[in-house]
Design a protein around this ligand. Structure first.
Ligand SMILES: [Zn+2]
Ligand SMILES: [Zn+2]
Length: 850
């Protein structure tokens, strides 16, 4: 095989071949609109796959459906068939049903419209013209929006539009809401963390308004009981764990009311999957990069940070130990993937290369073209980049070109992971762990077609999780897929959503169960009344302010408006930095790199949310220092058994009631989960010369302290246990700190998060626990559900953490094990060996593995 040959064989750490799958078809359902079936037939779909028919049947019967199958398995046919049939295109306008299609981004809604139009266009005798379809988002002109409000049977949009526009202006949408029968939630796995929690509540607001507009003769929609004639949700997602449970939580239904369809009946070719670790390099240069692209709707996982090795892609990275010396850095994953892409293209293989950032996609494409140019100019032109931020026409051209083979190689961000219908390629390269096994298989699914073999290569970055995975193939291939994690009970999400709901139609007591546990919802409402956000009247809760309540919620959890980076002399907008990282990245005196050009921040104005920068060539980079403290919320210390919180009559003593500290013991080791307040402040920064990293000077900063109330998981160990294990007081801080970093790197193995969604604090004596303690918290107000997964799976989590540290061949710790790209204390102190001793001590008390 191409990749296994010659000098590179030692880079393969593991190979597995997955067998081909035969396709299984079913009959077209008898209830389906014959013209629609005709349309699909005209496009070459003779018969549906079994899973398509199964999902379509369940949805047609009014059951909620969770359809979790592979890329290219035709999920859209499964939902359009019942949904478009239910529109009843030949019925008079007032009796027609309506459909809402939601995708996580605008671009995907546009892509879906495009493929839907193909089906409609193929319907015999122009029958497709009987269906009125429109997209609506923030950019839709008023005229067009009005047409959609008045006439559309099918509306394609995103959750942001639903939240900020459609629901608050529901009166204009009354015709449509009254007719609404099907809600299709596409790419359901994208709704995780804070975003997932918000969207789940937006969907409950939608369901409530649909009830509100239903003619009185129709039965009200039961919260957890779908009935024929009421709203039916179809959640399409990548293959994931517990798809029915995730879908049920997302749409606010009981898990039993959701039919899961997971048995993929579409055919696929044999696939060879390899794990690949780039080689160590002899010499290297250190190139500091500027902040990466900020996450956007198009590219939600391109996370920014100047120090994240994963985001200095296309460049070689150095590894700096405490004394500033570098040791065995590895070649970057993007450089390696660029070589592979060029080789595969030279052999005529159609290949997709997934990268973790927009810049990564551009640099892989560029490097692959550079490699190919000496061979053939024509060949070098057949490699391109694809990412969010391109114009739709440009994207469509690229998609078409890779489908037809006009292009051989496409380096892409996960903009292509979602939605876009490209499959059956010869190879897929994955530069850096895409975050979850779910995403990995979603990307891998683009390789291989019936009758042809496909190749998939996962190329590790220098990062604890990537390193762990290439040396633990069972964690890639044999571990269960992650569950999509989010928490709709998060009060920081629930409160603004309840305000938005109250503004739409005042909330009545009957409405509360639709938004979660009624007692919990009521306690959040009481708090909102106390704060003056809502007004309580006998008939319910009212929003009485002039401004729109939807403005209180930031669906994607970006933590407020980003800071604009503006060139002072010219007023040119260079870019933005998200609110959460601005203090550390664009403080006064910070070096800001944009497209390889260096600027120095003249002034950070937090009031106007702008950082003014000037162009300057400098020989140094800047590294900020942050001090952090964490306190377990004193009002939520563990409650005595049976003690109740909340108002009289509304008391609940659920063990899992939100907002309470939970604890469990492993012998002397104590685990906790609960609300914490994290206080952080960027206090100073260092100028370090590049490339030798020599410290040129330190300067104090005067920035405000930031407080974050969130959910944390923690574990603590008594001092005598540490002593008995040989951990002396001087090594304990480094052991805890190293264990904290590595465990943050490994938690994404268990929850659908990224290390950037988490934070950590470690201390050899914490006032609340009275012991040496490591905290890992969700980096979002109120929490996002990730820390909770760590608490539930503590033993698995720390075992993986320990193994990752032990498996790393470095001597004193490196980015692949205990160093963190976002450490606020310059990765010091860190003690790799002591961290292993500490984790062995803790794990020695763990309950036996199941
Ligand atoms: Zn290491
Ligand atoms: Zn740290």
């Amino acid at each position: 095989m191409l990749l296994a040959g010659g000098a590179r064989a030692d880079r393969l750490t593991y190979t597995r071949t997955l067998p081909a799958r035969e396709g299984r078809t079913a009959d077209w359902p008898g209830w389906a609109d014959p013209a629609l079936v005709g349309g699909y037939r005209a496009l070459g779909v003779d018969r549906p796959w079994e899973h398509q028919a199964q999902a379509a049947d369940a949805a047609w019967e009014g059951r909620h459906v969770a359809l979790a199958t592979s890329t290219g398995s035709g999920k859209s046919l499964a939902f359009w068939l019942p949904a478009l049939t239910a529109v009843g295109r030949t019925l008079p306008a007032q009796r027609r049903g309506a459909v809402l299609y939601l995708s996580p981004t605008k671009a995907l809604a546009a892509d879906q419209l495009h493929s839907l139009e193909r089906v409609l266009g193929a319907m015999p005798d122009g029958a497709g013209r009987d269906l009125r379809v429109g997209t609506c988002d923030g950019d839709t002109p008023t005229e067009e929006r009005r047409w959609v409000q008045d006439h559309a049977d099918v509306v394609l949009t995103n959750p942001d539009f639903l939240h900020f526009s459609l629901l608050p202006n529901h009166r204009r949408w009354a015709r449509y809401l009254r007719a609404l029968r099907y809600v299709v939630v596409d790419e359901g796995h994208a709704y995780r963390g804070v975003f997932g929690a918000h969207v789940s509540l937006v969907l409950r607001r939608l369901a409530r308004l649909v009830d509100h507009y239903r003619p009185l003769a129709e039965p009200a929609r039961g919260v957890s009981r779908p009935r024929s004639g009421t709203l039916t949700f179809v959640v399409a997602s990548a293959t994931s764990a517990e798809p029915a449970a995730s879908a049920a939580r997302l749409v606010g239904a009981a898990p039993d009311d959701v039919t899961a369809v997971v048995d993929d009946a579409s055919p696929s070719g044999r696939r060879t999957v390899v794990l690949w670790q780039p080689p160590e390099v002899e010499s290297f240069t250190f190139l500091r990069s500027g902040p990466g692209d900020a996450p956007t709707a198009d590219d939600p996982w391109a996370l920014p940070d100047p120090l994240d090795p994963g985001h200095t892609e296309g460049e070689q990275e150095t590894v700096v130990t405490e004394d500033g010396a570098a040791e065995h850095p590895r070649r970057s994953a993007t450089a390696e993937v660029a070589d592979l892409l060029a080789d595969l293209a030279a052999h005529g293989a159609r290949t997709l290369a997934f990268t973790r950032s927009r810049r990564g996609a551009e640099s892989v494409a560029q490097a692959a073209r550079d490699h190919l140019r000496p061979v053939s100019t024509d060949l070098s032109r057949r490699v391109a980049a694809y990412r969010g931020g391109y114009l739709p026409e440009e994207r469509r051209e690229l998609e078409q070109a890779i489908r037809t083979g006009a292009l051989l190689g496409l380096a892409t961000t996960n903009a292509l992971e979602l939605g876009v219908d490209i499959s059956g390629l010869d190879a897929v390269l994955i530069a850096g762990w895409p975050g979850t096994r779910m995403s990995l298989w979603q990307q891998a699914g683009r390789a291989g077609r019936a009758g042809a073999d496909g190749l998939v290569a996962f190329v590790a970055r220098e990062d604890p999780l990537d390193t762990y995975l290439v040396t633990h193939p069972e964690a890639v291939f044999d571990a269960p897929l992650e569950a999509t994690v989010f928490d709709p009970a998060n009060p920081y999400v629930l409160a603004p959503q309840l305000c938005a709901a109250a503004q739409e139609v005042p909330l009545r007591s009957d409405d509360l169960p639709a938004f979660g546990d009624a007692d919990h919802v009521r306690s959040v409402l009481d708090e909102l009344v106390t704060r003056g956000a809502l007004r309580r009247r006998p008939s319910g809760w009212y929003w009485t302010h002039a401004q729109p309540a939807a403005g209180m919620a930031d669906l994607r959890g970006a933590g407020g408006q980003p800071i604009r980076v503006v060139e002072a002399p010219t007023g040119r907008l260079l870019g933005t930095v998200d609110a959460a990282s601005a203090d550390g990245q664009v403080h006064d005196g910070a070096v800001y790199v944009h497209q390889g050009v260096t600027f120095v921040v003249d002034h950070l104005d937090l009031t106007d949310r702008v950082a003014l920068v000037v162009r300057r060539d400098v020989d140094h980079g800047t590294w900020s220092r942050e001090v952090m403290t964490i306190a377990i919320d004193p009002e939520h210390q563990p409650a005595a058994p049976g003690a109740a919180e909340g108002e009289p009559g509304g008391a609940s003593d659920d063990a899992g009631a939100p907002g309470r500290v939970e604890q469990r013991s492993w012998g002397p080791v104590t685990w906790g989960l609960g609300p914490v307040e994290v206080s952080s402040q960027v206090v100073s920064f260092e100028r370090r010369r590049i490339p030798d990293m020599q410290v040129l000077g330190t300067q104090a900063l005067d920035l405000p302290e930031r407080a974050l109330v969130t959910t944390a998981v923690w574990w603590s160990v008594p001092e005598d246990e540490l002593r008995a294990a040989g951990l002396d007081p001087e090594v304990v801080p480094g052991a805890l700190h190293a264990a904290e970093h590595a465990s943050i790197g490994l938690l994404p193995l268990l929850a659908t998060c990224d290390r950037w969604d988490l934070g950590g604090v470690s201390t050899d004596l914490h006032p609340d626990t009275g012991e040496a303690t490591v905290f890992v918290y969700d980096a979002y107000p109120g929490g996002a559900g990730f820390a909770e997964r760590g608490y539930q799976l503590g033993a698995t989590w720390l075992r993986a953490t320990r193994d990752a540290i032990v498996a790393c061949p470095c001597d004193h710790g490196c980015p692949a094990c205990v160093q963190s790209p976002k450490c606020g204390s310059y990765n010091s102190p860190l003690d790799k060996a002591a961290a292993v001793t500490l984790l062995d001590l803790v794990l020695g008390h763990a309950p036996a593995a199941p």
